[in-house]
Design a protein around this ligand. Structure first.
Ligand SMILES: O=P(O)(O)O[C@H]1O[C@H](CO)[C@@H](O)[C@H]1O
Ligand SMILES: O=c1cc[nH]c(=O)[nH]1
Length: 257
């Protein structure tokens, strides 16, 4: 095989309908909110007017609409860094330049309770995908202005409620059920605030491709104090999702993303 026959993945899909997300250039806005779960894309749409369902292929559902004069896209990433990297790469190819993940995440410090909002200041890269992109020392960090604005707006939105806003470093793990008590204790000892499964890919791909990214999550559970487990907390979790979506939308407006 001649060298010229080897596929250059950087050139794949440019200017075309995308292979996995099934979205074409011109169908989305410059900013995208990214829940993991496709069933949460309609939750973003509840805040929007003139809503359109653009595509739903595999775990990637995309809807668009308008919020306070800004065109907004919501696309689900699926769970984990491999599908997140694909969604982000393909959304960049169709014109997205800013991303805000609106996720769920487990607390790792005492006092973090279901429904609290967690604003990411950086991710510990405990995933396989980003190792394929960059040296293990390469930082996984959000756009600082997006992170600070998310925290400021989240505090405004939760003032007078039971929900608290926490900012800090999160872990981005690959294997939900391989998080041992020892690993959870180690993350706690390091002062890591929370753990989720997509931010490493989001941040590393965004930095390498020259676009902006941030993350705000609702707390699903607390892995340290054991007062909440993965059941019976859904209402608080959902309230947190709605507040995190609103904080992301207001950030898009304030920063003109
Ligand atoms: O609810 P989402 O946004 O998918 O986020 C969290 O939920 C999943 C694990 O339950 C992982 O994807 C994790 O990051
Ligand atoms: O949301 C998450 C992600 C990883 N591990 C958890 O316990 N929860």
């Amino acid at each position: 095989m001649s060298e010229s026959a080897v596929v250059d993945k950087d050139a794949v899909g440019v200017g075309e309908r995308q292979y996995h997300i099934a979205v074409a250039p011109g169908e989305v806005s410059s900013v995208a909110l990214l829940p993991g779960d496709p069933f949460r894309v309609p939750l973003v749409a509840e805040f929007l007017t003139d809503v359109k369902t653009v595509a739903h292929n595999r775990e990637h559902m995309t809807m668009t609409g308008w919020y306070k004069g800004r065109h907004i896209t919501a696309t689900s990433t699926g769970m984990g860094c491999p599908s997140t990297a694909i969604a982000v790469e393909e959304l960049i190819r169709v014109g997205v330049t800013s991303f805000i993940r609106v996720g769920s995440s487990a607390g790792l410090q005492p006092g973090v309770k279901p429904g609290d909002l967690l604003v990411s200041e950086g991710a510990l890269r405990n995933d396989g995908t980003t190792a394929a992109y960059a040296h293990h020392g390469f930082p996984a960090v959000p756009d600082l202005q997006i992170a600070l604005t998310l925290a400021e707006i989240a505090r405004e939105l939760t003032s007078g409620t039971d929900a608290a806003v926490h900012s800090g470093i999160n872990a981005s793990d690959d294997a939900f059920y391989a998080e041992t008590p020892e690993w959870i204790a180690e993350l706690n000892r390091l002062g890591v605030l929370n753990v989720e499964m997509e931010s490493a890919a989001l941040y590393v791909v965004a930095r390498l491709r020259g676009v902006r990214a941030g993350m705000i999550c609702s707390t699903s559970s607390n892995l340290i104090d054991g007062t909440s487990l993965y059941s019976g907390v859904k209402e608080a979790l959902k309230e947190g999702w709605m507040r995190s979506i609103e904080a992301a939308l207001e950030t898009a407006v304030r920063l003109e993303l």
